[in-house]
Ligand binder design. Structure first.
Ligand code: D9A
Length: 348
């Protein structure tokens, strides 16, 4: 679909998209025009929320009310925010937020309402965590807390995109009543990122690995960086990967319910990147040293092969086999991993 830019503000929004998301911007720009601007603006509003939440130089006295009222900024036409620290990566999205607002008000009211509703829920979820002393001190405690945190930062994104897709008749209406499928789309991506980001997050003085899982393998999360604890660390990664694989069935069902090709690609590409990343981090000592990334060549192959549902199934089948074969017999979750991979192979 040719990209017809019809205003200065629209041009500025696409420039913001390219600045804030490396590879994903291209996928959004190939979307069917019916949803392209709605999803582009949704992405930028979410990026703006993230930029507020992530900025540790913003006083909580300012940050918390700003997050809780962020959806009300969508009702204005000229709001901007220049309160981010000078080094905050995507601060430009808030400095130029008026450009997003001009384009946002041109959207169909139904699309505006979806974006405003998700912004309200996410902003308040983020604000709740900032005030949560237990969370700030000990991070994520139980698997239930892990799923709730991922719901606020990723599950809600899946919910919003599903409502936009169904409103545009690009996806099956059943996706609205079966919102757990959209939840899994978000949790699968977010849990994969959390497993991969072990080192990066610890260097930032935080971690999102749930203690209910890692506590089985070590008294202190930082111990996995020590060579003598490597085996325990790898067993912990297996446990986390097993938990993430619990969303794969829902992801594959969700993708089977998307009718529009460009929307399918938009949904499928991040999911195939995630299963490939899970296979990469599985039983991989480098996770405790750096951010493990899949190779550029693999990314290209994944994008090319995920244009059809059969292609996506083949990719998931391939990486589930990789995970199954990589699993050492000494891994306490060896049987559960084998059963989960077997189950999913059956489904595929
Ligand atoms: C039905 O649900 C979806 C369907 C398609 C894509 C996404 C999801 O995919 C990107 C993909 C993306 O943004 N990839 C990055 C690479 C990276 O950040 O690791 C990129 O390619 O730049 C992603 O990661 N997140 C961020 C969250 C996971 C927190 C939701 C995200 C943020 C905003 C939007 Cl509108 C969409 C997404 C969906 O969201 C669940």
């Amino acid at each position: 679909y040719p990209l017809e830019i019809t205003s200065e503000s629209e041009r500025n929004c696409y420039a913001l998209l390219k600045k804030t998301s490396r590879s994903f911007a291209a996928v959004i720009m190939e979307l069917n025009p019916e949803l392209r601007n709605a999803i582009m603006l949704f992405y930028l509003v979410l990026r703006a929320l993230d930029t507020v939440e992530d900025d540790m130089t913003i006083d909580p006295e300012t940050k918390v009310p700003l997050l809780r009222t962020f959806d009300s900024k969508l009702l204005t036409k000229d709001w901007t925010f220049d309160g981010n620290g000078p080094n905050e990566k995507d601060r430009i999205v808030l400095v130029q937020f008026d450009q997003i607002l001009i384009e946002y008000h041109k959207l169909k009211p139904q699309y505006q309402d979806v974006i405003k509703d998700i912004t309200h829920k996410m902003g308040n979820g983020m604000a709740d965590y900032i005030n949560d002393k237990e969370f700030n001190l000990n991070g994520v405690a139980t698997i239930k807390d892990y799923d709730l945190y991922c719901h606020y930062v990723a599950g809600l994104v899946g919910e919003g995109l599903t409502k936009l897709s169904v409103a545009a008749e690009f996806g099956a209406p059943s996706l609205i009543k079966d919102m757990y499928l959209s939840e899994s789309m978000g949790l699968f991506l977010q849990k994969t990122n959390i497993i991969r980001d072990y080192k990066e997050d610890l260097d930032d003085g935080r971690s999102f690995w749930p203690k209910e899982i890692w506590g089985k393998y070590t008294p202190e999360l930082v111990n996995f960086s020590k060579p003598e604890n490597l085996k325990d660390g790898l067993d912990c990664i297996s446990d986390l990967v097993l938990n993430a694989l619990g969303h794969v069935r829902d992801v594959l069902v969700y993708l089977s319910l998307i009718y529009d090709n460009s929307t399918f690609n938009f949904c499928a590409i991040p999911q195939v990147m995630a299963i490939a990343t899970l296979a990469e981090v599985f039983n991989n000592p480098l996770v405790f040293k750096k951010n493990v990334k899949i190779r550029k060549g693999t990314t290209c192959k994944l994008i090319l092969n995920s244009r059809t549902y059969e292609g996506v199934l083949a990719i998931f089948s391939q990486y589930l086999r990789v995970i199954h074969h990589k699993c050492p017999v000494s891994d306490p979750n060896y049987l559960k991993i084998g059963i989960k991979c077997g189950e999913l192979e059956q489904f595929i």
